[in-house]
Ligand binder design. Structure first.
Ligand code: DGL
Length: 271
């Protein structure tokens, strides 16, 4: 039994897709969330910059006495996970492997699509993991650089002409390849789930990176005897690197609970 908190981080709001699932499947655990809202989006940046940011994010989170970390960011997971795992002795879970395993469990025709940030697509990490797990799978990747800025600006609702036009443009080439499963390889994308599924239709199963990594973390905590006692109620602390109020507005909508006055701004340059 271990009541120390779990650290979760992302470039901004996207990691809340993992927090939402963690709160449901591990309600007894304390969470510390960091969203690097001053430097979002991460997705177009170089590997070197991403590693620098990821190290700082993790150093900040490790100012808490954590028992494990969930990198709830596809971009950091695809570019920096191995280095962060080597440099830190605590368990660190990324999004790539668990998401790929789930995707291969749901595809029937073994033609799968993967949408993510430019940096994630460039890294080839999702493709490599899918092919390692199933050498016969066909993978079609599409970077979606406009999705994260639109989500961070609250433009993720069905009926919004801008997001619907952008989604159709990004998804049509994948649909033309006959995919029956689509990896949402960036943790911001589940916020677009309704928009994406209305473009893709019911014949394409959506697999969310944030959700699958939360289940993976639960398995890991259980296997290593790190779970908190089931009879306690965990809390959450939210930290961001820019205006807390902006984060709280969208986070409250997304988590479907009022997190106003719960976020704290920190100076990430100090880490
Ligand atoms: N949520 C991040 C990811 O999963 C978004 C990256 C970005 O900030 O562009 O990739």
């Amino acid at each position: 039994m271990d009541t120390r908190p779990i650290g979760v981080f992302d470039s901004g709001l996207g990691g809340l897709t993992a927090v939402r699932v963690l709160r449901r499947i591990l309600p007894e655990e304390d969470l510390v969330y960091f969203g690097d809202t001053a430097r979002v989006p991460y997705g177009g940046r170089s590997r070197e910059t991403l590693l620098k940011y990821a190290r700082q994010d993790l150093r900040f989170l490790r100012s808490f006495d954590l028992k494990a970390v969930l990198i709830a960011c596809g971009t950091v997971s695809t570019t920096s996970l191995d280095v962060l795992q080597e440099e830190n002795e605590l368990p660190i879970v990324g999004v790539v492997e668990p998401t790929c395993r789930r995707c291969l469990a749901v595809t029937k025709n073994r033609r799968v699509g993967m949408i993510a940030t430019l940096a994630s697509v460039r890294s080839g990490a999702y493709e490599a993991a899918l092919r390692r797990l199933d050498p016969g799978v066909e993978v079609f990747c599409q970077p979606c650089p406009l999705f994260v800025p639109l989500v961070e600006n609250g433009r993720f609702r069905p009926g919004d002409a801008v997001i619907e036009t952008v989604a159709r443009e990004y998804l049509t080439p994948l649909l033309e390849r006959g995919i029956d499963a689509l990896i949402l390889g960036c943790t911001h994308y589940p916020l677009l789930e309704e928009v994406i599924s209305s473009v893709c239709g019911s014949g394409v199963a959506l697999v969310s990176a944030g959700e699958e990594s939360a289940f993976e973390l639960k398995r890991l905590l259980t296997a290593q005897g790190l779970r908190a006692p089931a009879d306690r109620r965990g809390g959450a602390e939210f930290c961001v690197s820019d205006r807390a109020e902006d984060f709280e507005d969208v986070a409250s909508l997304f988590l479907q609970e009022d997190v106003h006055h719960m976020a704290r701004r920190i100076d990430i340059d100090q880490y």
